[in-house]
Design a protein around this ligand. Structure first.
Ligand code: SF4
Ligand code: ZN
Length: 759
């Protein structure tokens, strides 16, 4: 252990705790001790303080004991001639630094100094399904802390390996070029990247802003702030992962730290000079088992009791082997990944633009667009089908018709993407599963945007991508490479046709529509009674160790990402993987949804935490949840019904809690009668809490669900024999507490009022 690092970390921690104390005293005088403090959209208070100490900080005054605790953790700077191991002291100083840093950010929120303003900054916004031309919240502020909604939305990617870990970058790169390269290398590997800090006032955030790199949730690059202190948000995120997915409770500091060390593959990359504060913050990260890699000369900390890998690694930029700075940047990123043992899988996709799922959410605005297919002015469709092995020429990519060279700038044209696959283990049932991947695969190319599916696909190619040489053939190259890389176990050959010529375009559209129709009917026939096995999903166990989803044809996984067909395909791809068939065996109670097979599996899969699971009830042995549910269903006893809150809805619900707070009750792999996390498509299933009365029990629902699933909901209302049912259901626009809810239900004649008592 280095005396040098210990000295500087302890010095940095002392200074920061003192600074926090001064700020707090000033705030108490100026604003009063009862002034509320909070981070936006989180149920975890000030998450690091909450996780580490269990304290629910809601006012400025409550920060006082936190800072006293931080002060208690401080140690004197090691003396020159006295040897001690220092590690314990260094780690304590690190923790003190984190507590102080979070307190400072909280106070800054009170003074409106967070999220940090940055003139001209524009945060990449909007999801893949919003209209790209409306998108973007360019309000001249950095992101600040990550909200719970985003944490949960990323949950599934973090668990299934699509997002193998996160990087906290602190400081400023050697040049703008190097900054861009580092971020691109991380994005290419789908590593979530948090940006903060500066060197002499200049931050990597400035560098990326100057180079026009889109920063935001959608591109996996989150700008926290241009000072070192804002790096605390990365550790607040790590703390919340343990609370959200790991079922850990606030105050279990040691377990939260261990959870991160074992399950969260994160590291800190310190760019440029490391000052006392950065040493102190680094010591904080080491508590979580996150190593620090610096691109300057600093003493290293070799493996000790905390981890089996180095804690601090020095890799001076100028000494990195490489032809030029770009190559050095790439090596630096590789080194970080090696040290932390981040498991990265990247398919080599031969396209002239950067490629990786970090680019999936990128938006191509009309002003940046070269050409579009589909949308308002043209039609695009995609169709994947299987054929006998001999009928498919692997790797063949045909362009049938003209490319977009003759189309005006920002113009449009019709296009069909037809993919023909063959494989010994391929089944017709897998066609829609694979076809749905086209969206993700094409979106992975930087500068290409894909929205929708089937015959309502909408694809844009940006000006920048076109200038780099991206053409129609590259769609085929992407699909060929990715289907082999991701579905190699069921797909042996992939052939692609990109069609723009009117006649074959029409002809294939006809064939595609026939297939869509056929699949729709097949899906409608695919009911729970029609199959002999359900599937388990234990993907989330890497984060929520005792949670299992039982996935049936009529009840998809709570993350919304895995339905029965997906699980079946995944089992064929990887027979020892997270999706295993559950033979139903003898039925025990078909109304509530108990079978011998599902009960046995639930007990084994949950490691004994759950003994039985009812597939169709929220009141009795409901299915457990990890943390990535799309919606929460919760009993409202007074209304004899349930409410459904969607992840996107941050407003107050009649249960007296917001989604974030409710999520704490629904997650963590525990069975809580009356509360359940579900995928939103389960809401429209005939098996939705059918044992408790079904869809008619819904008395309140986030308006987001009503609107985004309008047509599907209307179809359910008709199925339930009450075409006006959706209008009878209240939402946050008209009702936010139980009294108003009851009045609304009376006034709108909601059927739940006259149904049998729900319990
Ligand atoms: Fe996690 Fe369930 Fe989704 Fe599987 S289906 S990824 S276990 S939430
Ligand atoms: Zn999950």
């Amino acid at each position: 252990m280095s005396r040098y690092i210990a000295t500087r970390a302890i010095r940095g921690a002392n200074a920061l705790v003192t600074e926090a104390e001064m700020m707090l005293n000033k705030a108490i005088v100026e604003k009063g001790p009862d002034t509320p403090v909070s981070f936006p959209n989180t149920a975890y208070y000030l998450p690091l303080i909450y996780g580490m100490t269990g304290q629910e900080i809601e006012t400025i005054g409550q920060l006082q004991p936190v800072l006293s605790h931080a002060r208690d953790l401080l140690h004197p700077v090691p003396s020159q001639n006295h040897w001690t191991p220092y590690l314990g002291e260094t780690l304590d100083s690190g923790m003190a630094t984190l507590l102080a840093a979070e307190a400072i950010e909280a106070i800054r929120f009170v003074y409106d100094l967070q999220p940090e303003p940055l003139p001209g900054f524009h945060l990449a916004g909007g999801t893949a399904f919003t209209n790209p031309d409306n998108g973007a919240n360019g309000d001249g502020h950095l992101n600040g802390p990550i909200d719970d909604i985003q944490l949960r939305a990323w949950g599934i990617k973090l668990v299934d390996g699509r997002m193998p870990g996160f990087a906290a970058i602190v400081g400023c790169a050697k040049s703008n070029e190097v900054a861009v390269q580092i971020v691109r290398e991380l994005q290419r590997r789908n590593i979530l990247t948090f940006l903060s800090g500066n060197v002499n006032g200049r931050s990597i955030i400035h560098q990326l802003q100057e180079e026009g790199v889109e920063l935001g949730y959608d591109t996996y690059t989150v700008p926290f702030g241009t000072d070192t202190i804002s790096a605390i948000y990365a550790l607040g995120f790590a703390t919340r992962s343990a609370l959200t997915f790991g079922g850990l409770k606030a105050g279990q500091a040691r377990d939260i730290l261990l959870y991160n060390r074992e399950r969260v593959f994160a590291f800190v990359l310190a760019l440029g000079e490391v000052d006392d504060l950065k040493y102190a913050a680094a010591a904080g990260a080491i508590n979580f088992g996150f190593p620090v890699i610096a691109d300057t000369v600093i003493p290293e900390i070799l493996p000790t009791g905390v981890t089996s890998y180095e804690h601090v690694v020095s890799m001076p930029f100028a000494e990195i082997d490489g032809q030029d700075d770009l190559e050095r940047a790439e090596r630096l990123v590789q080194k970080c990944i090696e040290v932390r043992g981040v498991k990265v899988q990247v398919a080599d996709v031969p396209v002239p633009v950067p490629y990786g799922s970090a680019f999936e959410g990128e938006v191509v605005r009309k002003t940046d667009m070269r050409v579009e297919f589909g949308g308002k002015y043209s039609r695009a469709y995609e169709y994947l089908y299987m054929a006998p092995l001999d009928d498919v020429v692997d790797g063949k990519i045909e362009i049938i018709g003209p490319d977009f060279a003759d189309i005006d700038e920002k113009g449009h044209m019709d296009m069909g993407i037809v993919v023909k696959v063959a494989g010994r283990k391929m089944q017709e049932d897998f066609e829609p599963v694979l076809e749905r991947q086209i969206h993700y695969f094409i979106n992975g190319a930087s500068g290409i945007q894909h929205i929708g599916q089937r015959d309502i696909a909408w694809i844009r190619i940006s000006q920048a991508a076109a200038e780099k040489g991206f053409n129609l053939e590259h769609f085929g190259k992407i699909l060929h490479a990715r289907f082999h890389a991701d579905f190699g176990a069921i797909v042996d050959k992939v052939q692609v046709a990109i069609i723009t010529e009117p006649e074959p375009l029409e002809e294939w559209l006809g064939k595609a529509r026939e297939a869509y129709d056929f699949r729709n009917r097949r899906l409608a026939d695919l009911t729970d009674d029609a199959v002999e096995e359900f599937y388990s999903c234990t993907l989330c166990q890497s984060f929520a160790p005792n949670h299992v989803c039982v996935v049936s044809p009529e009840r998809l996984g709570l993350c919304g990402a895995y339905n029965w067909l997906d699980c079946k395909a995944s089992y064929s791809i990887n027979p020892t993987g997270p999706n295993q068939p559950i033979k139903l065996g003898r039925p025990i109670d078909l109304e509530k949804g108990y079978w011998e097979g599902t009960n046995e599996y639930a007990a084994v899969g949950s490691h004994g935490v759950v003994e039985e699971v009812a597939m169709y009830s929220i009141m009795e042995n409901p299915m457990t949840a990890c943390g990535c549910f799309e919606c929460i269903v919760m009993l409202i006893p007074e209304a004899n019904g349930v409410m459904v809150v969607s992840r996107e809805d941050t407003s107050m619900t009649p249960a007296g809690m917001t989604f974030s707070t409710l999520a704490g009750m629904a997650g963590g792999g525990m069975q809580t009668p009356g509360v359940m996390g579900v995928g939103k498509y389960y809401l429209i299933s005939p098996k939705f809490i059918s044992a408790d009365g079904g869809f008619k029990r819904i008395v309140w629902m986030s308006s987001y669900l009503k609107e985004s699933m309008h047509d599907e909901m209307q179809a359910v209302a008709e199925r339930e024999g009450d075409p006006d049912l959706i209008e009878r259901i209240a939402d946050e626009r008209n009702v936010t507490d139980v009294d108003d809810l009851l009045a609304w239900l009376e006034e709108h004649n909601h059927p739940a009022l006259i149904m049998d008592p729900i319990f």
